[in-house]
Unconditional design. Sequence first.
Length: 812
Amino acid sequence: QSRVVIIGAGIVGCSLADELTERGWTNVTVLEQGPLFATGGSTSHAPGLVFATSGSKTLTKFAQYTVSKFSELRHEGDPCFDALGGLELATTTARWHDLQRKHGLATSWGVRSRLITPQECVEMWPTVDVDQVIGGLHTPDDGLAKAVPAGAEQARRALARGAVFLAHHTVVDVEQRGGRVSSVVTDKGAVPADMVVSTAGLWGPKIGAMAGVDIPLLPMAHQYAKTSPLPELSELGADPTSARRPILRHQDADLYFREHGDRLGIGSYAHRPMPIDLGDVPAFDDAAVMPSVLEFTEEDFEGSWKEARKLLPALHDTQVEEGFNGAMSFTTDGMPLMGESREVAGFWMAEAVWVTHSAGVARALAEWMTDGRSTVDVHDCDVHRFEQVQLDPGYVAERATRAFVEVYDVLHPLQPADTPRDLRTSPFHARQRELGAFFLEGAGWERPHWYEANAALADELSLPPRSEWASRYWSPIAAAEALATRNSVALFDMTPLKRLEVSGPGALDFLQRMTTNQMRRKPGAVSYTLLLDEAGGVRSDLTVARLGDEEFQVGVNSTLDLDWLLRHAPRDRSVSIRDITAGTCCIGVWGPNARALVQPLSSDDLSHERFGFFKARRVTIAGVPVTALRVSYVGELGWELYADADVGLRLWDALWEAGQNFGVVAAGRSAFNSMRIEKGYRAWGTDMTTEHNPFDAGVGFAVRMNKGDFVGRKALTDLADREPEHKLVPLLLDDPGHVVMGKEPVHTDAGTGYVTSATYGYTLERSIAYAWLPTPTTRPGDRVHVEYFGDRLPATVAEEPLFDPDMTRIRR
Ligand code: FAD
């Protein structure tokens, strides 16, 4: 049996020890620098509020599991979870709309919730000033986790299965041999290890540094205070763990509340960001209270105290009796950090995890360590999700600080960070600026969403009116760009699409084994194919161009695909995998006039007969060596033209100039996204993840079961005779004026599904939403309702693809 050493006995470490030993791991040692189980880490002082609903389905699933698990746990006779319910208040119209949206999210992810009136809010919380409140969201299954007892109880279960917990063992080093962890060194000696898991909370980066692994989180202080007793709560007595009313959030003032007997606890995210230097965190014995509890800076709480008393006038008769600045971890995108280091085999982590998500994260990591995958999709939590620029400590500090500031803000799904920006730009960036590009950011890239230069084209259009929410980060110019693409030709900057060069004598066999489609095709062939995990879940979708016998260009979705391929590559150097994204660029030239635009710039024959659909060739365009792929994500004739970055601008300028005869436009991602949804092309991560198999996701055409073995094939064979439980299907909304954003619930006769991608289709002149629906309500013509800000919008399941089913626009 592998020897597992877990570093840290906070809620995450304890939960992981339980989940691992439950799965049969017998040699598990948990090392803790403090005492057990009030260790001095963040868990020791967490007030334990669990609000399950989040914009992230993954986080919501983690929270739901935590609630169900803790509800079953009792420690020394007392329950570890108190299902008091949760109440979120709206005191502004923007928040009220957001709560309506949140009610939708809760419904999509299977969390019970109800929008309630101000009067009902006050019935639940009589101390709330009813005049402040516009409405509330009540979530009856939320409540209070008793973090230290829940940790202790999970540890007890692990101990009973043979795990060892060692208190007062401070880890000082993580040793490796041959690229693998070999032991964990403590102040009391070394513990041999085959696998090490850092669950060290805010100390994570320090543990990571011992192993030479980046753990990109920022420890920050967050204020928590307790009032003096309130007469209204006197019947609860002085026991600080007792509570009766729902946990309460007043997010318009960045505050939350819970009862501690007859006192109130108030947490605040309203204060200035207070990053913590790990060097300043004291050891357990040197700490005034405990290492993760810093001195209360009263002046930072003044604004919060004022707001708290405004909402709860009864607090005017009380004082802040005690308070502290508690330390906890923040990441750049608000998501946890999970997974195994690629560089140091056997070094795992589960960091930046709230109590709320702790058991869910622990279960997912235990499954991952045991089976190689977690049943819940964890791609948003994978520590390898970051690009190199996103690991820079300056970047981590700035973005994590923003995550703290925005923790309770009403955020639009498309809203970008203001800083740091301009981290990665394509060679066409200067031209894009000249054309008035409106940029949003993704993976560090500045990506034009539309160009103001095309504004005049939009003036002639008549589009259905949009809601204020759907109009944010959107412009009618996107419609003009989409129609210009359909009617003539447009240039799209596709540079941020990540691409790899996979080469070497073993490249073909490797790709054949890793992906679902037939790779054994002649050089010049392009294939759409999938990466599956062993359980047949879709890990990614790829476009693979065979450029030579031993050379492939692979278009991937993110750095996670690079990580997956590197992990599976043969060790004998027969395959080389190189990320060529930064050194190259890509222009998508698409539209019925694409060939007429490009051909005069090249002496290569670009006719359909000589350069067919889904083919790749090396050609010269305007003197620039280009790898051209005849593919189109927008459903129009044309190519993706790849060139080295240094000659990219020359290529853009030549295409631009030649395009003037055709009224060429530069088009952005907003138009692009609408067109790809009209065509039914899936966006991995949004439309499908590892939780879905290719057949249910509608990409079964990319699977060649008879090509020989490949990763995930066996699992797909087992699916053969099974009736799908749910399917991804397109919906057309009856009212084209309603454009939804994604993640909305869809009510059907057979149950509730949820929207993935949605858009207004400028060619179809319909509002489109792709949705996972329970079968059998997935047949074309089936009627459903999409819930959007409390309204139920009627829609019909449609046949796909919605646009150009015969591919006549592309194959010519
Ligand atoms: P920790 O509990 O910090 O555990 C890490 C452990 O690692 C510690 O015990 C530490 O001693 C040990 N360790 C570190 N370095 C070493 C070493 N070198 N050798 C050995 N051991 C080591 N979350 C919620 O979900 N709901 C809430 O209401 C909530 N309220 C909060 C309020 C405040 C004021 C704060 C600060 C946080 C709150 N949180 C809340 C967040 C939550 O407390 C943390 O996210 C969670 O407790 C982290 O658990 P953990 O096990 O990862 O970390």
